[in-house]
Design a binder for this molecule. Sequence first.
Ligand code: IPE
Ligand code: IPE
Ligand code: MG
Length: 234
Amino acid sequence: MNKLKHVALIVDGNGRWAKQRGKIRSEGHLAGSKMLERIILHAARNTDIEVLSLYVFSTENFKRDKDEVKYLMNLFLKWFTISGKKYRKDNIKIIFSGRKEPLSDEVYNAMKKLEERTKDHTGLIVNFCLNYGGRAEIVDATKKIASELKEGKIKEEDITEEYFSTRLYNKLPDVDFVIRTSGEQRISNFLLWEISYAEFLFVDTYFPDFDEKCFDEAISKYYNRDRRFGNAKK
Ligand code: IPE
Ligand code: IPE
Ligand code: MG
């Protein structure tokens, strides 16, 4: 059976969910954040997934209307400030992937604090990809390696795929399964290095309606896939 260590979820369709109901986009984001919290707890309590990566804000999302960006940043700030206790109860470790700039110090400090508060937890790792871009991550890793090379800490022949992986934002297993909600069938700059052999599932449901049952159905589809990693079928 396929192993499933790392699930990556592209949380999409909050805006359309709201529009469909005659609500404003921020109401979609609020509903999406509540569903996301349910999915996190469900994954921690009822599955043996080791890592759940969540695409919650891309580097490109800063192009959006400033009121929408402000709403999302406030939502993150509130969420990260109050969630420490709950994550302790469920032994969830929170990490973040992404760039600092142009996040405010307030939001960034809340992220760092939550990471610090949950760093010794040994259950599900939740990797929030916030102000995250896949190309930015590859460029940032390349810069780290370039300076190590310049300082003589490594030699050119040390630069292998395995080594490169260790210079990404976090040391995590490769992604096994990517799920995107809302019907869009694209990757939108998510975890470009880590998904090289991942399986993909695109579901039409808008994220605020993507509940525990939808999550379980998605996971069961993964187990029916035939992963070959370039090998021929015996
Ligand atoms: C996903 O929902 C949440 C974020 C990108 C922050 P969207 O806001 O992209 O919703 P749609 O795609 O406009 O419906
Ligand atoms: C991708 O969704 C980013 C997140 C889910 C955070 P978008 O809604 O921003 O992606 P595009 O613009 O449809 O590609
Ligand atoms: Mg979208």
